[in-house]
Structure formats: C-alpha cells, structure tokens
Ligand binder design. Structure first.
Ligand code: NAD
Ligand code: ZN
Length: 362
C-alpha cells in the first residue's frame, strides 16, 4: 500500500493499493456512529464495509446514481437521515462511490453540525486521482454544475484499486486523461511509464497502475497543498490543475455533457499544447508527445465538431476564466506550466485549426 500526505486545513493521508478496504477501520477515530453514503451500485460493497466496522453503529444512506446525487433535494435527504440517527459532531461520514458521491458526501459532512469528519472511499479512477483529493465538495443547481459547495478536506482517503476492475473501460480511460495531465504539468515519470506500455496502461491490472495513480495523487496533493483555496493565480497555484480544462469545458458544454469529462480534457490538452507552441512557448516534439500518449491510450486528440466561434463563446462563459479575459494554462516544457492571458484571436483560431486535423473520434 502506498500513502500520500496532503497538507490542507489539516494533514491527511491518501492510501492507494489493492485489498485495502480494511484500512477504513483505522480512521474511525472515536466515532460512535458511521453513515456510509453510496449509490445503489455500491450497495454490496457498503454492506461489506459496514460489516468490517463492527465496533460502531452504522447506517447506509443510499443516494441516486452519478450527477443525480448532486442536488439540494438529496442533500436534504442525507441531513434527514443523519438527524434521525442522531449524528453528533463526533460521528463520521464515509463516502463510497465515484466523484459525484464523494462531492455530495463531502458537502453533507461540511454542513452537518457545521462540519463532521468524512473519509472518502473513491471507487472510480477519476474520483481517486481528482475528486476525493483536494477538498472541493459540492452540488449542482439548475443554473450550472458545482455552483454550491465548500472546501472541506477529508480525514483520510482510501483508494482500493479492486473497485477499478468493475469500472467500464471507457470510464477508466477517461480518468487516465487526468493522470496524463498530472504527468505533463508536474511529473514526467508518469508519462515515461505510460509510454513504456500504452496497452497495459489502459487497464487497472497493469503492473505500474498503482504507481501512476499514486503519482497523480501526489501531484494533486502538492499543488493543492500550496494553494488550497485557489487564490494564488500564478503558475504554481491550483489553477494549473485546469490544464486542458478551459477548452475541455467548452467541448463539454457544446456536446451537452454527453462527452466523458476525460475525453473533453484530452482534446482540451491537445488544443492548449498547440496554442502553447503557436505562442512560441512549447516545442513541436512535446506537442507530438501529447498526441502520441493521449491517442496511445485511446483518448481523442482531434475535434472539429464546432466552429471556432461556438467554442470561443463557450470558453468565455467558463466560470474559471477570470473577468472577461480568457486565461489558459499553457506549457513551456514538461513540468513547467505557465499562464497565458488574453491570447490573440489569431492564435486561438490557428490552434483550433490544428486540432481539426486528423481523424475524428468522440
Ligand atoms: N471535487 C473535485 O475536485 C472534483 C474533481 C473532479 C471531478 N469531480 C466530480 O466528480 C464527478 C465525476 O466523477 P466520476 O466519473 O467518478 O462519476 P460518478 O460518481 O458519476 O460515477 C460514474 C458512474 O460509475 C459508477 N461507478 C462508480 N464506481 C464504480 C465501480 N467501481 N464500478 C462500476 N461502476 C462504478 C457510478 O455509479 C456512476 O454510474 C462529477 O460530479 C465531477 O464534478 C469533482
Ligand atoms: Zn478534470
């Protein structure tokens, strides 16, 4: 089992390995009651988890699947369940599911009695390397995704990779986009390992899977540790985790959220790699390296399903671009991100043009 330390409001550990669900019992920390918040697909696992916690009283709170969990109505349902079971400040919430579940359960924990402890047990690759680490929690509203939430760090995160075996291949590959992102912005070893076996890398059973997952979590932990509340606004701040995301979010919006997040981020990274090169910041070889590694694991690297105007409009409403100016995290070399503010439209158009060249695959 590998462990990664995260320094946030408090210090906590993220554990990565196989057959490590029993580790949860080491983080009960005096709670007398535990609530396991999970979707229906994790019902059996929730039962096993509760059985392993025989010293505490436990309840299951079953919530709707995926994004349907991230609503005010479900939040209220969870509050009611905790109230009925008499949850006090010493008690504990455990999230068991993908990023939607960890986002919801983290926010339930942040709000119940102004904050009770939460242990995340993420069950998808995206939740392990991204959602469960870093403290962002929240729900959606009819006006948009993740508009209501809190920064609220967990007491521990337990990534049992056994869960990944039941994830669909495409969902796993989507999660790999964020792992590769961590490689480009901070840890070249991730890229070297994946390049050494692009086919193997596509499966959670791969020899190096624990290492690349732990390394991606380490990147997130390091970046978030330096800028928990995303106030820095420099090339070392939390914003660098948005590499590929300004364009990626625009693609998600244009595709009405039918694209996997990781696929959108993959074309987003490709776009911004082209942009970095056109802006004179990045060499051609590193742009090609993006193409080889992303397409090598089965992620899309071209996008010509929208006009530049549509994409530009969609990027401008991205809440992560500050003020009215577009801001991109670009790359100067592997491990060296930088900020490019308000690039010329001509550069953006040229980068968009380069992105359309090649075969189309969604
Ligand atoms: N808080 C953050 O920093 C952060 C970062 C990235 C993403 N997110 C959020 O995470 C969510 C996306 O995460 P996700 O992709 O894990 O989605 P998800 O939670 O919607 O899970 C995707 C699907 O996989 C199923 N599932 C979960 N674990 C499984 C397993 N082991 N085997 C088979 N099926 C399984 C779920 O039931 C669901 O149907 C979004 O809501 C996003 O906003 C948050
Ligand atoms: Zn992302």
């Amino acid at each position: 089992m590998k462990s990664i330390q995260v320094t946030a409001e408090h210090v906590y550990q993220v554990f990565v390995g196989r057959d490590i669900l029993a580790e949860v019992a080491n983080h009960i920390d005096g709670a007398t009651r535990v609530a396991v918040i999970h979707p229906q697909s994790m019902q059996t696992a929730a039962g096993q988890l509760r059985q392993s916690l025989s010293n505490v009283e436990s309840i299951s709170i079953e919530v709707p699947d995926a994004e349907n969990a991230k609503t005010a109505a479900v939040l209220e349902f969870c509050w009611m369940a905790l109230g009925r079971a008499g949850f006090t400040r010493n008690d504990l919430i455990i999230s068991l599911g993908g990023g939607a579940t960890t986002d919801l359960a983290g926010f339930v924990a942040a709000t119940w009695l102004r904050g009770i402890r939460v242990v995340h047990v993420p069950t998808t690759l995206l939740a392990m390397v991204d959602a469960a680490v870093g403290g962002k929690t929240g729900i959606n509203t009819s006006e948009g995704k993740n508009l209501v939430g809190a920064i609220y760090s967990p007491a521990a995160v337990i990534c049992d990779m056994n869960f990944l075996d039941s994830q669909s291949h495409d969902d796993y590959i989507g999660g790999l986009a964020e792992v590769i992102k961590c490689g480009f912005i901070r840890d070249e070893t991730i890229l070297n390992l994946i390049e050494s076996d692009m086919l193997g890398a596509q499966s959670p059973g791969w020899t190096h899977a624990p290492e690349v997952i732990a390394r991606a979590i380490q990147v997130k932990a390091d970046v978030v540790g330096g800028d928990l509340r995303e106030t820095l606004g420099t090339s070392t701040g939390r914003e660098i985790l948005n590499y590929g995301h300004t364009f990626g979010h625009a693609v998600e919006r244009i595709e009405n959220y039918t694209w996997r997040h990781g696929n959108a981020v993959s074309v987003g990274m490709m776009f911004v790699a082209h942009l970095s090169q056109l802006a004179g910041r990045l060499d051609e070889d590193t742009v090609n390296r993006h193409k080889v590694i992303l397409s090598g694991v089965g992620l899309p690297v071209t996008y010509n399903r929208a006009t530049f105007g549509q994409l530009h409009d969609a990027m401008r409403i991205d809440k992560k671009s500050r003020g009215s100016k577009l801001r991109f995290i670009v790359l100067e070399q592997v491990g060296k991100p930088a900020i490019l503010e308000a690039p010329d439209a001509a550069l953006l158009i040229a980068a968009h043009g380069k992105l359309g060249q090649g075969e189309e695959h969604a």
